[in-house]
Design a protein around this ligand. Structure first.
Ligand code: 6PG
Length: 254
């Protein structure tokens, strides 16, 4: 039963290993449904440390996901990227390539050109790539990806949408290149209109260092407090699923 537009569905798992497996199962389920309904699966990957175990599990030829996910029908995008070349240690594209995309035969990969000196131009180029792939014009609603994999930062950011960022207010553009003062760098990111059009937004959150951000996102004590960027992700006609491990969930009630 798909839960759309409603309250987030929160699934608690024991630890990081269980989280990777639960997320892999969710991706396999979404992929099978997308290919059955539309003949392809459009998947946006996020970066950071949390997804590494998941990507390695999906690529592991001793695991069922190598065959359960229709990789030949899968088109890979990114929720965000650092402003670095694709061979840089911080690159999300490099993480995905080394742990997953070099090991499974995906149909296409669409990465932000983090190597571009002009971050804003790289965001514009990504928007053109999205519009070209999905066949959507600027006047059309944003493209609908089947599953967008998202993480949560300790400050409540997701993708590269950070607290207080102007990019949070972007309602027209599909991609943006916000300056992130705390990191003293530009980032490249999908905007909320794209995240909110997802058929499924899947958050994966692991570790005690995320407990406060997770509680502020899913169960803010102060209703008047500014919602975290992650709390702003509310797919109107899609599933919102949070898979969280016990350490990250320790401040949640129940
Ligand atoms: C990135 C991610 C970012 C990430 C969170 C959590 O580019 O870093 O897309 O949004 O999901 O920062 O990162 P960790 O998984 O490393 O805690």
């Amino acid at each position: 039963m798909r839960r759309t537009g409603a309250e987030p569905e929160v699934r608690r798992v024991a630890d990081a290993e269980a989280l990777a497996r639960a997320a892999a199962e969710e991706i396999a389920r979404a992929a099978a449904r997308a290919v059955a309904e539309r003949g392809r699966f459009t998947l946006a990957l996020s970066g950071g440390d949390t997804p590494r175990l998941l990507y390695e599990l999906l690529a592991d030829d001793r695991e069922p996901f190598r065959t359960r996910v229709p990789w030949e029908r899968t088109h890979v995008f990114f929720t965000d990227e650092r402003h670095v070349p694709p061979d840089h240690p911080d690159s999300n594209a490099r993480l995905a390539k080394e742990t997953l995309l070099d090991h499974v035969p995906v149909a296409s990969v669409h990465r932000f050109r983090g190597e571009s000196a002009d971050a804003a131009a790289a965001a514009d180029e990504y928007e053109r790539d999205l519009r070209s792939f999905f066949g959507t014009a600027p006047r059309d609603p944003p493209p609908r990806l089947d599953l967008l994999l998202l993480g949560l930062g300790p400050d409540g950011h997701t993708a590269s949408l950070f607290p207080g960022s102007d990019a949070l207010g972007e309602r027209r553009r599909l991609a943006a290149a916000p300056w992130v003062e705390r990191l003293r760098t530009y980032r490249l990111t999908l905007t909320l209109p794209v995240l909110d059009r997802g058929r499924e937004d899947l958050f994966i959150v692991s570790g005690a260092e995320k407990a406060d951000a997770l509680a502020r996102t899913l169960a803010p004590e102060d209703a008047a407090a500014e919602p975290t960027p992650a709390a702003r992700v509310r797919p109107r006609d899609g599933e919102l699923v949070w898979i969280v491990d016990a350490a990250a969930a320790r401040q949640l009630r129940g």
